[in-house]
Write a protein that binds this ligand. Structure first.
Ligand SMILES: C[S@@+](CC[C@H](N)C(=O)[O-])C[C@H]1O[C@@H](n2cnc3c(N)ncnc32)[C@H](O)[C@@H]1O
Length: 218
């Protein structure tokens, strides 16, 4: 239980996730924590990740969930098999984000939905100048240019490096539009009071850390 997922992010994201239907696809499932939580809520899950280690961990954590080792831009699934696709904190890590969005749309039936969570493009473009709650948020480079970045996280003795790509918001919207996906919800939650552990985290009540989108396949 090491990150924002359990403290607030999962529950904020679930606000835009439709109730269980025919089939829910978890794209970039990682070790499968959201797949398992969605299963507990009644979803029938098929999960996909391109990391052999993550797939092995997801299978080990719940052998009853079907987990594929595959690139999200080339899903091993037939057209229109799912009514819900989830991409929780994975699209910003993918080499071919538009290809992954196109594939999500392909495997969705008409009327199906893609729910995604990403690092908010403001967050990946800039940073706070200081630790204070009212510290200025500064974008010193170019918001409009995509670029690679890494985040080193260390907590409770576990060290993880995330390699991600900044995209301006327009890149995501253009990918959704090209795939025939129509945005129907967009959420920018502040960090809830109950999740604040250190004074500097109040900064995330002024600037969104994550972006949540729900899009409809027409
Ligand atoms: C930040 S993790 C999020 C994992 C999971 N959704 C969660 O919240 O625990 C991003 C995941 O995307 C996967 N990923 C990155 N590129 C991918 C690709 N092209 N196709 C499928 N999965 C990919 C990574 O292996 C990683 O497991």
């Amino acid at each position: 239980m090491h990150d924002s997922y359990w403290r607030f992010h999962r529950d904020q994201f679930l606000e835009i996730v439709p109730p269980p239907g025919r089939l829910t696809l978890d794209i970039g499932c990682g070790e499968g924590r959201l797949s398992r939580d969605l299963k507990a809520l009644g979803h029938t899950i098929v999960a996909v990740d391109s990391s052999p280690t993550m797939v092995a961990n997801a299978r080990q954590a719940d052998a009853a969930i079907e987990v594929h080792l595959a690139d999200a831009a080339k899903l091993p699934l037939a057209d229109a098999v799912a009514d819900l696709a989830i991409a929780f904190m994975s699209l910003q890590d993918m080499d071919d984000m538009p290809g992954a969005v196109r594939e999500a749309a392909r495997v969705l039936e008409p009327g199906g939905r893609l729910c995604l969570a990403i690092v908010h493009p403001l967050n990946s473009a800039g940073s706070f100048a200081g630790e204070g709650a009212d510290s200025p948020f500064v974008i010193s480079g170019a918001y409009l240019e995509p670029f690679h970045y890494t985040d080193e996280l260390e907590r409770d003795g576990l060290a993880v490096t995330f390699a991600s790509r900044h995209h301006p918001l327009e890149d995501y919207f253009e990918a959704l539009a090209a795939a025939g996906l129509l945005v129907e919800r967009l959420r920018e939650h502040p960090m809830p009071d109950a999740a604040i552990r250190r004074p500097r985290q109040h900064r995330w009540q002024r600037v969104p850390m994550f972006l949540h989108i729900r899009a409809l396949r027409d």
